[in-house]
Design a binder for this molecule. Sequence first.
Ligand SMILES: C[S@@+](CC[C@H](N)C(=O)[O-])C[C@H]1O[C@@H](n2cnc3c(N)ncnc32)[C@H](O)[C@@H]1O
Length: 286
Amino acid sequence: MKFKEMLKIELKKNEDFPENLLDLLPRGYQELNHIAILNLKPALRKYTSQIAESMHEILPSLIAIWHKSGEIKGKFRQPQGLVHLWGDTNSEIIVTENHVKYKFDFTKIMFAKGNVTERRILPTRIKEGEIVIDMFAGIGYFSLGMARTKKPKKIFCIEWNPEAFNYLCENIQLNHVEEIITPIFGDCKEKIVELKENYIRADRIIMGLLPAPVDAIPAALSIIKDEGAVVVYEGVEEKESTKLFDKFSEIANREGFITTIIERRIVKIYKPHLYHVVIEILVKKK
Ligand SMILES: C[S@@+](CC[C@H](N)C(=O)[O-])C[C@H]1O[C@@H](n2cnc3c(N)ncnc32)[C@H](O)[C@@H]1O
């Protein structure tokens, strides 16, 4: 039986829960290490304790239930409004996915389950000996998996949120990739200037930030090698749109590069008719 149906049946037993709200119950929830994170419609928020109560009755393997009322927001792309409802109060966890360990506090740091395929695919694209710059590294979402392949010569991971940066440093150790990843704290546009001054040039640049980090494209191109370099660019657009690539190309052409799409992947639905998209772009100096 589906989660919503099971929850409805359980809540019907609770006299304090209004029957007319049963249809508003969510169809699912996010689960991280047996911790459920629910997003409830405003009308249900007065009844969070009844819902949590019923939820752990029907899902005995859960160790905690949290409610998330906000979206991922701000310059650090942090989750908003996480409130503990039931069970274990610890919010610092280690998630293991595709053999990579990610330690983070889910009340402060985003971890999109829907990006699991992308976290698995990106490392498979890496070539032996590459120098990679991950401009928006977070806790190492993409770079930890890439480093574990042992293929890149070096990955420079730049992150400006102190909390995410601390987890990035811990995750580098947890995954034993200290030799490959160099974490750098600060604004990627400024840190790229410093890397360039130290004669670093990249074969591959990861620009994993939503909305698409258009203003960081010139910085990325300024440090990329002249031939056969790849930019992995993220953004949100319609299913068949070429807007993201066109905008990237317009800037790249101005900066003296030719661009070709290697692959465009849809990560997940972002909003109705809008998709979280990843484009791998081959760039070559004219
Ligand atoms: C949350 S990650 C993106 C998540 C990832 N794409 C995923 O799929 O899970 C983006 C990170 O970029 C960081 N960031 C944003 N702007 C930045 C900048 N100018 N310099 C360095 N880090 C930046 C944010 O703090 C955030 O941790």
